[in-house]
Design a protein around this ligand. Structure first.
Ligand SMILES: Nc1ncnc2c1ncn2[C@@H]1O[C@H](COP(=O)(O)OP(=O)(O)OP(=O)(O)O)[C@@H](O)[C@H]1O
Length: 290
């Protein structure tokens, strides 16, 4: 089996104990998930739970399948084996219509989630509401203004996307993602490309929105500092497996060299900085001979 990375990594680490936790407290249950692109397997039998009302972060090196996992949870991709259950419904067993209904209850904030450039901020946020709910214009207006207030941008309702900074645009996209009061929201790399102030604003917004509306949040990211500062629970994935899981404190205390290298951002360690090769001396001697 080919996996997402070829570096030497230890076998999957034991799952942390979560005493007293029942399946009902989990919004998402992933069991024995296997997913491959052709003969390249991204996941090879992983188990993972997302607890209701909490912020769970999925972290791992680039290309390990974090976005793929979100697509499997939202039903944009289907597992080759195993199950993905969301709010008691098994994604693979749902009809097209049932999946569509379930997806309306999942908010998504993708890195590339561009705003509609021809619509102003207000209309961008109103867009999913107009599409999925038939509300009188006066109610819709209040709803949109409440969502914009929640992200601190009520005053920007009349602006066009071209008049927004990158951080503001992401917050408008966030207001749009929560417009239909989803049961969960999935953030794919929410901090990428943000300056430190916008990053701080986003971090506290994600936490506030999660706590105020008892939403369940999943954050996919490789920004270790920001993500661990708000996550209640972390999964670290690599090579098609879960390398570590637990609260940020538990993962920080993990003794695996691999996990430590990832969490502390060390350039070299079990995950090599150098692509596998013969020694430099051998390569240099060969070039002399040629
Ligand atoms: N349609 C596709 N066909 C074949 N391979 C794909 C396809 N989409 C993604 N991949 C591969 O699957 C792997 C996982 O991709 P994914 O985008 O889920 O990783 P990621 O962990 O989110 O990466 P990043 O942190 O860089 O965003 C990558 O190696 C990618 O090249």
């Amino acid at each position: 089996m080919a996996t997402a990375q070829s570096e030497q990594v230890p076998a999957t680490l034991p799952r942390a104990e979560r005493p007293g936790m029942t399946d009902k407290q989990m919004l998402v249950n992933v069991r024995g998930l296997r997913f491959c692109h052709g003969d390249r397997c991204i996941f090879d039998g992983i188990d993972l739970d997302i607890q209701r009302g909490r912020i769970t972060a999925i972290m791992g090196p680039s290309g390990t399948g974090k976005t793929t996992l979100l697509k499997l949870i939202s039903g944009q991709l289907h597992a080759d084996a195993g199950t993905v259950e969301v709010d008691g419904q098994t994604i693979q067993e749902l009809s097209r219509d049932a999946l569509y209904q379930l997806r309306i209850r999942m908010g998504m904030l993708f890195q590339s989630g561009a705003l509609l450039t021809d619509l102003n901020v207000f209309e961008n946020v109103a867009f999913p509401i107009r599409e999925h709910a038939k509300l009188p214009e006066s109610v819709l207006r209040k709803l949109v203004l409440i969502k914009l207030e929640a992200v601190g941008l009520r005053g920007a309702a009349a602006l066009m996307p071209s008049q927004l900074s990158g951080g503001m645009a992401r917050r408008v996209a966030l207001a749009r993602a929560i417009a239909l009061d989803p049961m969960m929201i999935m953030y794919d790399e929410p901090f990428t490309g943000q300056d430190p102030i916008s990053m701080g604003v986003l971090v506290s917004l994600i936490r506030q929105l999660n706590d105020a509306s008892e939403m369940t949040s999943i954050i996919v990211s490789h920004d270790v500092t920001e993500t661990t500062s708000i996550a209640d629970y972390l999964y670290i994935i690599a090579n098609g497996q879960i390398m570590a899981e637990g609260t940020p404190q538990e993962v920080a205390a993990n003794e695996s060299d691999w996990v430590r290298q990832f969490m502390q951002g060390e350039p070299d360690g079990p995950v090599h900085y150098h692509y596998p090769a013969q020694t430099l001396e051998q390569d240099l001697l060969q070039s002399v001979r040629h």
